[in-house]
Write a protein that binds this ligand. Structure first.
Ligand code: ATP
Length: 365
């Protein structure tokens, strides 16, 4: 099936700034695609080009197989939801949702029917007569989406739409947005700098850095099989060590860290040789804790140290271990989350297998 959206070598320059650099991707019909990256990496610029508010320097944008570069924004089959929702405060909810349909010249009875259908789909039936300021933040968010969805765009663009909500509501809206997307069966392109939003909602995610896509894949691909050091460091929590390669055995590498430890990890990305500068990433949940070194003999990475911090956070509780007097290693606690027998200053042994360490080339400092 033709993808709903294809960007081909999309590039945007603002004077000296190369905001978007030869970005290519496609988004399958009815899927949830996110662009995840730090502030200033070029996410909004991509969205603005797709919506038609900005002209690309080069490259093409196709919606359902047709280039839209010559189509003005109001004629493109896309709609955009912004962080600040821009609902009209003087209009009631039904008039807000029906606004675009009225402008398109649809008759009153059809508009009323469409608005009621949309309110049903967003789980707020019968609230059409209410004023905008009588709704909660989450309800306003759903109305803003309904207002776009009644126009039946091929692609809905969402620019950090949860950014203005408080933490608790944001958590709930992640789940709701995903089910709204399924209910409307529309293609969503979502931009965010919040990796958890991207991981929870998306079918596929592009990780963006300095105008380029570093990797495109499922959340699991990015989390477990990062293809660049940037992705390994940006998606999910991780421990990170810099050093130099001491030994190479196929894809298994040994690295001497700057703090003097020898760690083993698996090579990702380009080939590495002895003496090369490198970095190893290890997730806190990949590391096991034991009271004696013998319990960890089957691991090829083992460190003895002392507990420096106990960080209780329910199921995500972890400890920090001071290893060889210099590096602090974050280690997730087993599921119980209790600090059984652990106290600040207590000696502890930690270990993990080399396959759990992702090793990448690192630029010379
Ligand atoms: P944020 O998450 O902070 O919104 P972003 O990833 O969306 O960031 P963009 O807004 O796309 O980033 O900006 C990418 C780069 O292009 C930045 O360096 C920015 O300063 C620059 N830029 C964006 N718009 C313009 C413009 N109109 N004129 C000049 N430079 C611009």
């Amino acid at each position: 099936m033709t993808p709903d959206l294809e960007c081909q070598s999309l590039t945007k320059r603002f004077g000296e700034t190369l905001a978007v650099d030869e970005v290519s991707f496609d988004v399958a019909r009815g899927s949830f695609f996110s662009i995840l990256g730090p502030s200033g990496c070029g996410k909004t610029t991509i969205m603005r080009m797709i919506a038609g508010f900005l002209e690309p320097t080069s490259g093409d944008i196709l919606i359902r197989g047709k280039s839209v570069l010559d189509t003005p924004p109001n004629k493109r089959p896309v709609n955009m939801v912004f962080q600040h929702l821009a609902l009209f405060p003087m209009m009631n909810i039904a008039d807000n949702i029906g606004y675009g349909l009225r402008r398109a010249g649809m008759g009153k009875a059809d508009i009323a029917r469409k608005v009621e259908e949309a309110l049903d789909r967003i789980g707020l039936p019968g609230i059409g007569h209410r004023k905008v300021d009588e709704l909660s933040g989450g309800q306003k968010q759903r109305v803003a989406i309904a207002r776009c969805m009644v126009l039946e765009p091929d692609v809905l663009l969402l620019d950090e739409p949860l950014g203005a909500l408080d933490l608790k509501l944001r958590e709930r809206m992640k789940v709701e947005l995903k089910s709204l997307q399924a209910a409307f069966d529309t293609t969503f392109v979502y931009i965010t700098h919040d990796q958890s939003e991207a991981l929870v909602m998306s079918d596929r995610i592009a990780v963006m850095n300095e105008g380029r896509f570093e990797q495109v894949g499922t959340g699991q691909d990015l989390y477990y099989r990062p293809s660049t050091a940037f992705v390994a460091g940006f998606v999910g929590d991780t421990n990170r060590w810099f050093g130099r390669i001491e030994r190479v055995e196929g894809d298994m590498l040994e690295m001497r860290t700057e703090s003097g430890m020898t760690l083993r990890g698996e090579r990702h990305g380009r080939a590495l040789s002895t003496g090369d500068r490198a970095e190893i990433f290890v997730r806190p949940e990949a590391i096991r804790i034991a009271h004696s070194a013998e319990e960890l003999e089957h691991f090829d990475n083992r460190i003895s140290g002392r507990v420096t911090s106990l960080l209780f956070n329910g199921a995500d509780s972890r400890i920090l271990v001071d290893a060889a007097g210099s590096d602090e290693v974050a280690v997730n606690l087993p599921q119980s989350g209790e600090f059984a027998g652990l106290a600040r200053g207590a000696p502890v042994h930690i270990g993990w297998s080399g396959a759990q360490g992702n090793c990448f080339a690192s630029p010379e400092a």
